[in-house]
Design a protein around this ligand. Sequence first.
Ligand SMILES: [Zn+2]
Length: 472
Amino acid sequence: MKNYLKNTFILGTLFLFGCSSLTEKKESASIIIKNGTILTMDKNNTVIENGVIIIKNEKIISIGKDELLKKYSTTKIIDAENGIIMPGMINTHNHLPMIAFRGLGEEGIKNRLFAYFFPLESEKLSRDLIYKATVHGTIDMALSGVTTYADMYYHMDEMAKATKEVGIRGVLGETVIKYPVVDAKEPYGGINYAINFIEEYKNDELIIPAFGPHAPYTVSKEKMQEINSLSKKYNVPIMIHVGEFDDEDKRLNLKNKSVVEYMDSIGVLNERVLLAHAIHLNEKDLDIIKNKKASIAYNPMANAKGATGIARAHEMINKNIKVGLGTDGPMSSNQVDLFRTLSYASSMQRLKYNDRTIMTPDLVVKMATIGGAEALNLDNKIGSIESGKLADIIIVETKSPNMMPNYNPFATLVFQANSSNVETTIVNGKIIVENKKLKTYDIEKNRKQMKEIEKDIADFAKDLAKKAKETN
Ligand SMILES: [Zn+2]
């Protein structure tokens, strides 16, 4: 009897233990990514071979190796199939709706700004076009691995709506300029437009509203100062074109002062300010930018195409200035993704400094990810794959012929890859692109919308081409 009880007790205990290990709960995750090379882009530039990423809701909650698969369960596993897993890329300078006009006036027009940009913008920019063109542009970016873009344009509420429907992140700066424009009849009407836009979107999970004063020579000193205090009040970024042209000091009538010195002297250079282009700057300017903690959007491909010059990106990085990569608008570089820009970013600097050892691929990928996040002051949320950060992640496949061999994933990305290699795009923990297919917007509907726009604009552009020929 005693033995019987004892045996029952032992069996029971074994049974209980067995049960408890069987039912030992794995923590649940929304998405698990496995079997790829993770470029974390963290401070130590950690690379994890055969890495695993655990995503819960909108956040990354753990990164490591296969052991994590024992700890977490999910209904959604993504097998990266030895691809490159990296933070979503960040395009720090764009005017996205101009994608409706890309490819126009490419026949060597001298004053393309007046012959094409201005007539198109004054005649063809409607709310509807801005919405549809933004849908198209954000689809192009999502499929090409850009998960955040910074933009300066008009009707930012339409852009925000489209950006959210496609599901990527946008830092959207309403343009402020001294002329009447498409969404503001009064000069500087963009300030009020921006205030309303900021009020509406200040707590949005995907949209970061901002001010986009066009340039120091198209916005007065007083208005620049007003925008600066409003940006402080609302804690939103200011994005502005600076040093794009070599005569900006003359346009501003500055004597013995650079444009950067002028901005500093009127008190509008600080950590909330992102300077787009920053080409025609001297070393003193770079020191001022560094001291004021302002940041820079480097647009090598657009600057090469427009023959505006090569920014001192190598020196900026050496001075620890925050530098991100941008494409500029789709009429300037015709691309809204960053792949070609990655290659330009390195090659242009090597040409400029006549030094093939600078701007190594890892530095370029840094600019396209965490560097861009730093430039936009979003590095506490995005830009790297680290626990606690928002899950903005892309997978770039390495199976296509152009991706083989893949000895150094940074070099593969910068010098071999193109946008069609992007397999998966995740933004804020949501899968936007899977198996190279967009999941958030009806791609046929978008195609139809763009075909209609193209037809309408093609007719209008014929006239522009004729006039441009006469005056060129
Ligand atoms: Zn621009």
